[in-house]
Design a binder for this molecule. Structure first.
Ligand code: ATR
Length: 281
């Protein structure tokens, strides 16, 4: 294979850093890896994905709002994708799409391996119960957190995510309106898409514990409202989803090519780019 066809599907995708990350991986490994972003509205997603595979497309990353729709189009999915009910990585083989989800392992690699946080024993609050939350919930449980409290604007989706984790002693849902009565948390994860639509989350001030780590799964401007809220409420350790983005991309690259790229230099370059933008340079 001289040149492979890979793409990111989402809506919107114009500001995604994934093409830049995959170009860096291709350069570093010397693997031919042609990767572009394809914007597909929900109604066109299945058809656009089909034309992509008919045109020689071999692998796809899937971002919002298509992760659950992509899951439904797979002929086979991995166990972790099945648990999430959502896929972020598709590989075309044996006549159909095979789905996996590298989001959860990407988050844990960023928090534990890159940033050096010990997640074990942390009382954890997961805000949101959509595709992003589903992608990371099991990985958080596997990382040894002591409790996972899932809170979502639509209660039924939090209930269903908690049920799917099948560990009622550790993972359970609570009402958003009861947040102020839930005590404090050592890990707070924003997996909602509120930042994308410019809405602000209504969060009580007592949520972070003194040693809390707060993480927004998105990156760029979208992550700013939640990360700013966390800093304003005394959280010392605040991260956006940039490191997770790089790690999940490396996970996809490895699935497609059998080689895991080095991520640190790619992450550092993007973090410097982000910090320059945030400082208005
Ligand atoms: P993604 O793939 O990014 O997770 P999604 O599956 O559409 O996108 O999920 C979006 C999540 O953000 C949902 O949990 C959504 O809550 P609902 O299930 O009630 O829709 C949550 N969300 C979006 N806007 C929100 C807001 N303004 N306040 C609170 N939660 C919000």
């Amino acid at each position: 294979m001289t040149s492979s066809q890979f793409a990111l599907f989402g809506h919107p995708v114009a500001t995604s850093l994934s093409p830049q990350i995959h170009a860096a991986f291709a350069k570093q490994t010397g693997i031919a890896h042609e990767y572009r972003a394809i914007d597909a509205a929900p109604a066109d997603f299945a058809m656009t994905l089909r034309s992509f595979s008919e045109g020689g497309g071999h692998g796809a990353n899937i971002t919002q709002p298509h992760k659950e729709a992509a899951f439904a189009l797979c002929i086979e999915v991995t166990e972790r994708a099945k648990r999430a009910g959502a896929v972020n990585t598709l590989t075309h083989k044996a006549g159909g799409w095979h789905g996996d989800n590298t989001d959860g392992s990407g988050l844990i690699r960023d928090l534990a391996d890159r940033a050096g946080f010990d997640l074990r024993g942390r009382r954890t609050l997961l805000l949101g119960a959509g595709g992003a939350a589903r992608g990371v919930a099991q990985a958080l449980m596997d990382a040894g957190i002591v409790e996972l409290v899932i809170v979502n604007r639509t209660d039924a989706k939090a209930d269903s995510l908690a049920d799917s984790l099948a560990d009622p002693k550790r993972a359970h849902s609570r009402y958003w309106n009861d947040l102020a009565a839930l005590g404090d948390f050592e890990l707070i994860i924003n997996a909602t898409s509120a930042g994308r639509t410019g809405e602000s989350l209504k969060l009580p001030s007592g949520l972070p514990s003194p040693r809390a780590l707060a993480v927004d799964l998105s990156y760029g401007e979208v992550a700013i409202p939640f990360t700013a809220w966390a800093r304003a409420h005394g959280v010392k350790h605040v991260r956006d989803g940039l490191g997770m983005l790089v790690e999940q991309a490396a996970g996809s690259f490895e699935l497609w090519h059998g080689v895991r790229p080095e991520t640190e230099a790619v992450y550092q370059a993007l973090a410097a780019q982000r910090d320059r933008l945030n400082n208005g340079d």
